[in-house]
Design a protein around this ligand. Structure first.
Ligand SMILES: Nc1ncnc2c1ncn2[C@@H]1O[C@H](COP(=O)(O)OP(=O)(O)O)[C@@H](O)[C@H]1O
Ligand SMILES: [Mg+2]
Length: 271
């Protein structure tokens, strides 16, 4: 069954979309079938993967409204094993339209349900708000990946998100885990970055991803070419760092190639 990872942080500009695009692309490049669902009306993940604006195209809005199936909504990308459900700016209205609907927080979960085993990873790019779109993503997800910048008050900024995760766990989605916290746009050489990293390590322990994402101009340029960094400039530090992050996450979840041999005791019994 596919693992659904919501990339969320209610703060804008922290690297959610860059992480969603490049992590999903790196999963696909590692030859695991991956789906990216753009849940943000700003549609930056959609355009960043080379899909031009098209209001007629079936998008995440239709999934949320139950007006289309996932199969009708998915589009191929330049990478053979990466598919995308695009977003559209009109989706902003979904926040209001959903308020009075049944199972309003479960819309995305219900839409993904029957198709989850087609993909090994499903990455959800969330908007910069703790709105119904983000709630739908967190309810649909197995885990949340939190991109953060290393700055003072970094922890204060995410307490609201952590509270939301706790509330969702207590009610709507008891299975929701923290996939990890990933530091983005990092300039490791600064004292500030070192101090903040140490603080986050104390707070998050092994939930703080070992891989960090450096500030890298290629990551900022790639979306305007409609390509993930690993196609735009595969040797760039940015592309490499997301490939490492994908490997780190894959190593946590996919079974190792060779299963461990049965314990000696077990073998004795069956002999
Ligand atoms: N590691 C990075 N190095 C350089 N620029 C980055 C990096 N990550 C993100 N950016 C740029 O920072 C801006 C905000 O990133 P984005 O991923 O759109 O954040 P969010 O989705 O959280 O709003 C974008 O212009 C993006 O290109
Ligand atoms: Mg974004």
């Amino acid at each position: 069954m596919g693992r659904v990872i919501a990339v969320a942080n209610q703060k804008g500009g922290v690297g959610k979309t860059t992480t969603a695009i490049n992590l999903a692309s790196s999963f696909a490049a590692a030859e695991v079938n991956t789906l990216l669902v753009d849940c943000d009306p700003q549609s930056n993940a959609t355009s960043g993967l080379g899909l031009v604006k098209d209001p007629e195209r079936i998008n995440t809005y239709h999934l949320l409204m139950g007006a289309a199936t996932l199969e009708q909504a998915v589009r191929p990308t330049e990478l053979e094993q990466l598919w995308v459900v695009p977003a559209h700016k009109d989706m902003i209205g979904a926040n209001i339209e959903l308020v009075d609907t049944e199972r309003r927080e479960f819309r995305l979960r219900d839409a993904l349900g029957p198709w989850r085993d087609r993909y090994q990873f499903i990455v959800l790019d969330c908007p910069p708000a703790l709105d119904l779109l983000t709630l739908n993503a967190l309810v649909a997800a197995d885990a949340v990946l939190i991109p953060m910048q290393a700055e003072y008050f970094a922890l204060e900024g995410i307490s609201e998100l952590m509270d939301t995760v706790e509330r969702i766990r207590a009610g709507l989605n008891p299975e929701l885990n923290i996939e990890g916290v990933v530091l983005t746009m990092l300039d490791e050489r600064t004292n500030l970055a070192q101090q903040v990293m140490a603080e986050l390590k104390r707070f998050f322990g092994d939930k703080l991803c070992a891989t960090t994402i450096p500030r890298n101009i290629r990551l900022a340029e790639a979306p305007s070419h409609g390509r993930p960094a690993l196609l735009y400039d595969p040797r760039s530090k940015g592309a490499e760092s997301y490939i490492r992050l994908a490997k780190e996450i894959i190593a946590h979840h996919l079974p190792a190639e060779e299963p461990a041999p049965p314990a000696a005791e077990e073998m004795g019994k069956s002999a």
